[in-house]
Design a protein around this ligand. Sequence first.
Ligand code: AMP
Ligand code: FE
Ligand code: FE
Ligand code: ZN
Length: 283
Amino acid sequence: MKFADLHLHTLFSDGTFTPEELVLHAQKSGLSCIALTDHDTVEGCERAAAACAKAGMVFISGAELTAEHHDTEVHIIGYFLDTANRHLLERIGQFQTVRQNRIREMVAALNKLGVPLQAEAVFALANCKSPGRPHVARALVKEKLIGNLDEAFERYLKKGRPAWVPKTKMSALEGIELIHQAGGLAVMAHPGLNRTDDIIPDLVAVGLDGIECFHTKHSTVMSERYLEIAEKYNLLVTGGSDCHGFSKNKPLIGTVRVPFMYVEKLLAAKKHLDERRAATAAN
Ligand code: AMP
Ligand code: FE
Ligand code: FE
Ligand code: ZN
């Protein structure tokens, strides 16, 4: 049996592995295919693709976009993105700036609480264009301003906590269109984590292609429910570990194993999309 892990992060966003390290871990866990889905960036895709080619693995380029629909936060993954697409790069570039400004706002809130963290310490540690709350948490631990990462989220960074800062997000409709115009397929990430069930019909109506049924934070019952929803709306099925590096001494990569049959369906859908686009361009 061949398996895939289709939700993975590297140090180009809030993961800790390089693309090469990620592929090495994928190989070690016997995966045949991975997709890279960093937050608001596709920078790691070229290196991950090269490492996968060397390792004889199938690679799917991707990114995870933070979006919203009627005040509900929803993460939308674009698979098979053209990583040189100008409009995509321009738009995610703007959201990288939003992320960088938000780091400064979170640090200012921490300073107000008497926590002497400096934004520069967070940026130095993050060393990427798409920083996020995990970098603030890691900087707090590094500077010995908090005991551990969980505590940092619980005390300061979780939604509603004193250093939490809302993030400007694109609309889910825009996210889906942005992915499509870059040649990608749009998939709703971890619906069980964001509680986005209610908005599934709306997003299907505007072109959502798939739904992440298998995820580290989905119970078996949840996965089964989303498989039923996928069938009901004729959506593609994906899944992944959402590995961000080592977690409790072990990387999550490979702990969610998606049967290759679903990758084949994704590949077929991508082929179909390309054919439709070629036909439209010819007319
Ligand atoms: P951001 O995109 O900056 O809002 O940060 C969201 C990221 O923070 C997620 O992708 C996770 O990697 C991480 N995260 C969110 N909530 C927690 C939590 N309670 N504990 C640890 N990490 C978290
Ligand atoms: Fe993350
Ligand atoms: Fe997510
Ligand atoms: Zn993720």
